[in-house]
Write a protein that binds this ligand. Sequence first.
Ligand code: SF4
Ligand code: FES
Length: 252
Amino acid sequence: MPTVEIDGKRIEVEDGVTVIVAAERAGIEIPHYCWHPGLSIAGNCRMCLVEIEKAPKLQIACNTRVTDGMVVYTQSEKTQAAQKAVLEFLLINHPIDCPICDQAGECKLQEYYMDYDRQQSRVPLSGKVHKAKSLPIGPHIMLDQERCVLCSRCIRFLDEVTKTHELAFYERGDHNVLALAPGRRSTTRTRPTSPTSVRSARSPTATSASARASGTSSARNRSAPAAPTAATSKSTTARGASSATCRASIRR
Ligand code: SF4
Ligand code: FES
């Protein structure tokens, strides 16, 4: 059985165990968004980057298997710089509407920001990419695309656990959004939208030529979906939305 040293703690684990799991067993938390032990490994959030001795660059702990004699640093200077940079990247277009977010106070974005980032955004609110704020994606769920960090956990859950495939990523780069898959329609009744609260949000359309891939590594990308409901082609403010984020998804 390989023995690995993580932040000075030595631990013996079975063959095939990943660094993030070995660290957890040693009582060391490696920050992560996309990894979940019950799902396949996507490796797309990069929040779990760690420094490994003799490796030429930082490695993601969620998809790196331990080898005998491996020495890992989860809080080295290089690791901390990467954690800070990844968080800044994940929050570039985040609306930072924590005061009106139902998840505030128990949110991994907030927690990791305080633990690993703590810097002012270099992008003013007016310069952020806006997306749909209240997409009904099921009888009880509203999706706020702006708060989604595109970890793909929900997609993998629907693909691998329920096998119902309702969600997928569309568009590329900073236009990348989570949305309902073609043919999947929400049965949710939508709330009335105040005319003054409408933002210029993007919603996937059936005619979008570029809506094929997301740039993330494992979530399946599909061709552009038809607008799920009439209501999803417009947006509302976060205040008008009834809780839109992935509550359980990025917690573990
Ligand atoms: S809605 Fe939540 S679980 Fe789904 S991709 Fe976005 S952040 Fe991840
Ligand atoms: S948790 Fe490792 S890349 Fe997301």
